[in-house]
Ligand binder design. Structure first.
Ligand SMILES: Nc1nc2c(ncn2[C@@H]2O[C@H](COP(=O)(O)OP(=O)(O)O)[C@@H](O)[C@H]2O)c(=O)[nH]1
Ligand SMILES: Nc1ncnc2c1ncn2[C@@H]1O[C@H](COP(=O)(O)OP(=O)(O)O)[C@@H](O)[C@H]1O
Length: 197
């Protein structure tokens, strides 16, 4: 049998495109890493979630999130418009189903940035999904980042740190762990995992 020259071996058709889920505790750097990756590779498509959380300064409707009321979220859920949804630290968050399906049907990779509960739901409904966990270099550094971001009052930070303990304990459920020491390094590794280039 003729050997396939190195570097030109065909990629099996079932390997791409795929759905990648990025999860990790609040403040670990998920948004920072994804923004860095997409600045250089805008072709990476990131699902925009719906949330009942209030916008932070600078966050734009339709770009960072679709900011919805409780009633609107109720309707999205009742109408089956969300691929998954979860309550996190007092707010609800969900992934609009149609946009994700369109991308996958068009043969394009999809990236979701969602919490642990959402990651578990995606794994159940789409076992082929790849689950990536973003971990902090240390607990102290996670606290520093979440506090230093300055976007949440102390009681919300406390709630998020409680959730973080549960999330960190679930790391073994994920296919891959990336430790967010260097944003550049993690962005490069995530790009490779999403199979876009
Ligand atoms: N299950 C689920 N979680 C989401 C979704 N969108 C965002 N999240 C997660 O909700 C959590 C809180 O998000 P956010 O309030 O933006 O805070 P941040 O991640 O600390 O910037 C994070 O773990 C997000 O990854 C979604 O559509 N579904
Ligand atoms: N590798 C890193 N080193 C130092 N600070 C970081 C790093 N990644 C993110 N940060 C900072 O940590 C804070 C939380 O990052 P963010 O992307 O908002 O986290 P998440 O989206 O996971 O909640 C931000 O202030 C961000 O600038």
């Amino acid at each position: 049998m003729a050997a396939t020259p190195r570097g030109t071996s065909p990629v099996p058709p079932d390997v791409r495109p795929r759905l990648t889920v990025l999860s990790g505790p609040s403040g670990v750097g998920k948004s920072t890493v994804v923004a860095h990756m997409r600045k250089e590779h805008p072709e990476v498509w990131l699902s925009v979630s719906a949330t009942t959380r209030k916008p932070r300064p600078g966050e734009k409707h339709g770009v960072h999130y679709f900011f919805v009321t409780d009633d609107e979220m109720d309707k999205l859920i009742a109408n089956g418009e969300l691929l998954e949804w979860a309550e996190f630290a007092g707010n609800r968050y969900g992934t609009p189903r149609a946009a994700v399906q369109e991308r996958l049907e068009a043969g394009e990779p999809v990236l979701l940035e969602i919490d642990l509960q959402g990651a578990r739901l995606v794994r159940e409904s789409m076992p082929e999904a790849q689950l990536v966990f973003l971990a902090p270099p240390s607990w102290e550094e996670l606290v520093r980042r979440l506090t230093g971001r300055g976007t949440e009052p102390p009681e919300v930070i406390e709630r998020r740190l409680e959730a973080a303990k549960i999330e960190l304990a679930a790391e073994p459920e994920f296919d891959t762990t990336l430790v967010n020491t260097s944003v550049e390094d993690v962005a490069r590794e995530l790009l490779a995992l999403t199979n876009v280039v």
